[in-house]
Design a binder for this molecule. Sequence first.
Ligand code: C2E
Ligand code: CA
Ligand code: CA
Ligand code: CA
Length: 279
Amino acid sequence: AKEVPGSFHSFFHPLMKISYNRKSAIEKGLNGDLKENGFYYVLQPQIDGSSGQLVGAEVLSRWNHPEFGEISPLEFIQIAEESGEIVPLTSHLLAEIFTQIKEWEKGFGWNLRTAINMTPSLLSDPTFFDNFFELLEHFQISSHLLEIEITEQAELTYSPKTLENLLRCKSKGISIAIDDFGTGFSMISYLTHFPINKIKIDQSFVQKIGQNRKSEAVLTSLIHLAHSIECDLVAEGVETVEESLFLQENGCPIHQGYLYDKPLTPKAFEKKYLQDFIK
Ligand code: C2E
Ligand code: CA
Ligand code: CA
Ligand code: CA
């Protein structure tokens, strides 16, 4: 198989023990000049499976570490979350993305939604969102072009600050999605406590399409749940035509996954999707 730049990283599981030396080297790297240290991002297209049309993209962080090579975001985001470096890391990422969005707006009339992952500690941070809105202002980005995906590196708990930040986002027209829905901490109660307008169905459900009846039933009831509370939907990890068809037939046409594309570097994304976008 041909390697797509930015799509490869070494295997990592959250329960794996990270050696002390590795962890402190990673922390140190997070602390410095991120770009200089090999930090970058890729974009994975979100596609309407029924028409094949591009509807948006998710931003995924990558790190080609000078000592360890490509490190999984599962590893460095967790370390960043624990050390507090997630705040400067995400602000750095936002500035990079906004620069790119602006360029694509000018060059190609780009007007689709870009989704950015945010952890619970960012949502409750006292200053991160002030900075976020300042960046929006500075780059003159229309906020309806953005989506926040709430990822759960730690449990998202209710706090007045989190609610306030999410309501501020909502009032600006920023879309708020809950990531990995149906797994881990991701709970139905979030849907009533927070202004969430989109559910991202976890890839573990998608993988079991055609293999496990019970899991298919859970998947279709998640889709019904989303419809009944008027939440938008996207399914992640769509790898086969069979999965795509099942999702389309059951009311979830928006997909992200290797069937369509791997995460691509901005240059590759532009070449493949935006040069036609202008027409
Ligand atoms: P996620 O947000 O659930 O992102 C989806 C993951 O599935 C990505 O892994 C993506 O590359 C992978 N993927 C996409 N399509 C397929 C497919 O068809 N099959 C399979 N098996 N996998 C697919 P990745 O890039 O390694 O990211 C892992 C996780 O790290 C993300 O999971 C997200 O929770 C976190 N992450 C990545 N970048 C960021 C970031 O900038 N900020 C935060 N807070 N978290 C991030
Ligand atoms: Ca995500
Ligand atoms: Ca996921
Ligand atoms: Ca995830």
